[in-house]
Each structure stands twice: as C-alpha cells, then as structure tokens.
Design a protein around this ligand. Structure first.
Ligand code: HEM
Length: 395
C-alpha cells in the first residue's frame, strides 16, 4: 500500500486510538481523509471495529460475503428489529431478496405508485405548508418519504405521521451503541406497535397490489414479513428524506448548479446522484470476518467487526476526480451510496424517484423558495447523515 505503513490491531495503531463516535458524528470527513491516506484499514478501539476507507478494499469486502458476513454477532440491527435480510447471507438472503425486491422495482407496486400517486401526495403536503415560512424537513420531506413507503407497503391507513414515529422509534434503538435503557424502551415500544400493525395487515392481505400482500403470496412467513417490513421502515424513510433536503439545500445555496438544472431539467437526476455520492446518507456497511484474513496487507482476526465506510469511498481521491465537487457532467461510474454487494439497497429505485419528484414538486410550486433569513443547516451523523431541519420561505 502507499501512504504510511499498515498497523495491525493491537500493534502500533496511531489514528484509531484517537477516533471517537462523537467526533465522527460531528465532522467525519477530515478523519476519513486522514485514514484513507495513512491507515486505510484501521482498528478503532472506541467502536470496537475496523474502519475500511478506500474504494478498492470496500469493493473487495462487498464482493466476498463468504469472508465478510452480514450475520454479525452482536448485531444492534437484529436486536432492534429481529432477524432480517440484512442480517443473513446467501443463500438465505437470496431467497428473501427474490421475494421482497419486485414491489420496489419499476414493474411492481412502486412503478404504478410513482407514476400515479407520488406527485399527488407531494402536492397535498405542499397545500398544507405556510409559504411565508416552513420547515422543509419536518413539514414536507419526512412526511413525503413516510407516505410513499406507507402507500407502497399498504400501511398508509395509519397516517404518515405514525409511519414517521415508528421509523424514529426503531432508529433510536438501532443507533443505541451505548445501551441507553430509555432508547431501548422507545425502540421496543415502536417494534411492538408496528409489529401488531403489520400482523393486522397480513391478516387482511389478499389480492391487493400492496407490497405486504405480494410478500405473502410469494411465500414469506408472517415473521419474515414483520421483521423485514420493520427493516424497510427503519431504513427507507430517513434516506429519501435526507436526499430531498440536501438536494433542495444545494439548489438554494448554489446558484451555479440551479442555473444548470433550470437550463436542462434532465440534469436534476445527475444532481441527485452527485448528492448521494458527496453526502452518502448511509455511512457504513458493517460485516464480520468469517476467518482470519488480510485486507490491504492488514491481518484481521476471525470474528472481528469490519465496517466498510461508504461515505469515505464515495470521496476516495484514488477513485474520483475532485471528489468533493458536485459535478453534473461527471462520468466516472456509479457511486456506492446504495452499497455495492449482495445487500445493495432494495429500495434504490423508489428512493431515487421520491427525491426527484419531491424536489421537482416543491421547486415547481415555489420557484422563489429560499433559505429562511439567517437560517443555516446543520448536517449531523455518521451512520445516518442529513439535515434535521431546513427552514425555508417562499413568501
Ligand atoms: C434513497 C435513499 C436510500 C439510500 C441512500 C439507501 C442506502 C442503503 C444502503 C447503503 C444499504 C446497504 C446496507 C448494508 O449493506 O449494510 C441499503 C440496504 C437496504 N435498503 Fe436502502 N437506501 C435508501 C432507500 C431505501 C428505501 C426507500 C427502502 C424501502 C424499501 C430501502 C430499503 C432497504 C433494505 C430492505 C435494505 C437491505 C437490503 C438487503 O439486505 O439485501 N432503502 N440501503
């Protein structure tokens, strides 16, 4: 490897000893840039896992699930949701993927939803905002994202706010790395109440076109449906919401990019891809070494947790030209914001459409939308990264 020497776990690791989750939550980029250049496979004692920060090494992890298993032990995800497709490996994973993927493809329920219903939901949410001042995240993006997934799944009768609350409750426990009992309680309440709602929906499911009815017809067990729908809700609402918020923020604060998109609206798709790459809303893919092995010359022991940092590889200078720049003419292949391997995002197509339609509708309705006076956005998080609030005004 170039850069400095590799520091196997327990030897003379320098950088990892000084990294905390709190620092990564606030400003990960300088830390990740240093790791890419000096210690691209780095043991971080505070996280009790390896951080892998270069494109080629994470691509290797993703291509070799037999070496890097998604069935990790311990697993915060399995604790919060029960066993899901994201906590198992092929062939068990392949079976679940074949059952669960079609409703999220353009030829399935998501296709008809996007062409017939998504814009209407966006417009109804925009009817309810006060143009003189509203929060684009809480009043629009998160409800649109929750409503889209609720409708595709067949849970929309519970209301978009309830969907969002389930998502928040589950995510609190998934990210409960310090085992805070209050967060465990919140997560358990969301897990139970959502589980009951999904079970009711399964009991009523029939020939309708909802994703839940489809899963049942294709032979998923009720327990598989409950757990994997919990996974979809915990992972499929925050990210499109963040994508909408980040894209709008960039368009409001970068007149040069806004001018390019206004001149050629097809460029909005390019902008969205660049935003997913530069901001990478899902930070990592965490796996467990199934045997003693070497990655980029660094020995990793069987059982070690290994985190492939998607956020870092999307900014890897050895893979991208001017990686931190949003370049609407970039032609360097696809990014890794939806991951690269067997667990590549199930809701990728639907998520992209939500962001595109969400941005088109709000800027179509309010062409003069601007950031509220004096407002600045704070983007936080390592595992999930996005703005929590985006005060805007069109009045
Ligand atoms: C639009 C923004 C989205 C981003 C950036 C995103 C990102 C990701 C990433 C990085 C993974 C891989 C996780 C891992 O391997 O550990 C993943 C998996 C997954 N995502 Fe998404 N996601 C998005 C939207 C959605 C939506 C809308 C859904 C709704 C169903 C969804 C459902 C899932 C599921 C079920 C998995 C697990 C797939 C598997 O294990 O095979 N995601 N997503």
């Amino acid at each position: 490897m170039d850069g400095d020497a590799a520091f196997p776990k327990g030897t003379m690791s320098h950088l990892g000893d000084h990294i905390t989750l709190a620092d990564l939550e606030v400003e990960p980029d300088p830390i990740l840039t240093r790791l890419r250049s000096h210690e691209p496979v780095c043991w971080v004692p505070a996280l009790e896992m390896w951080l892998v920060t270069r494109w080629d090494d994470v691509a290797f992890m993703e291509a070799n699930p037999e070496l890097f298993s998604a069935a990790t032990e311990p697993s915060f995800l399995a604790r919060a949701l029960g066993p899901t497709m994201l906590t198992c490996d092929p062939p068990a994973h392949t079976r679940l993927q074949q059952i669960m993927q079609p409703p999220f493809q353009p030829g399935g329920r998501s296709g008809s939803f996007v062409s017939e219903e998504l814009a209407r939901i966006a417009d109804e949410l925009l009817d309810a905002v006060d143009p003189a001042g509203f929060d684009l995240m809480t009043d629009y993006a998160q409800l649109l994202s929750a409503g889209a997934l609720a409708t595709v799944l067949g849970l929309d009768h519970h209301g978009y706010k309830q969907m969002w609350e389930w998502c928040e409750g589950l995510c609190a426990d998934i990210a409960n790395f310090e085992n805070d009992p209050e967060l465990t309680k919140t997560g358990a309440a969301a897990k139970a109440s959502l589980g009951a709602a999904i079970a009711d929906r399964i009991a009523d499911a029939g020939g309708d076109d909802s994703a839940i009815s489809y899963f049942l017809r294709e032979g998923a067990t009720p327990e598989e449906i409950v757990n994997n729908v919990r996974l979809m809700i915990s992972g499929g609402i925050n990210e499109p919401r963040d994508g909408i918020g980040l894209a709008v923020h960039v368009l409001l604060t970068r007149p040069d990019l806004r001018a390019q998109v206004d001149a050629d609206p097809a460029k909005l798709r390019r902008l969205i891809e660049e935003i997913f790459r530069v901001y990478t809303p899902v930070g990592t893919v965490t796996r467990q070494a199934t045997q003693d092995l070497e990655l980029a010359g660094v020995p990793i022991a069987q059982g070690d947790l290994v985190s492939g940092v998607l956020r870092s590889i999307n900014l890897d200078e050895t893979h991208w030209t001017n990686p931190t720049e949003i370049d609407l003419d970039r032609r360097e292949g696809s990014h890794a914001a939806f991951a690269l391997g067997a667990h590549r995002c199930l809701g990728e197509w639907l998520g992209r459409q939500e962001v595109r339609v969400g941005v088109e509708r709000v800027l179509g309705r309010f062409p003069d939308l601007r950031m509220a006076y004096g407002a600045d956005i704070e983007i936080r998080g390592f595992e999930f990264r996005g703005p929590h609030s985006l005060p805007v005004s069109a009045g």
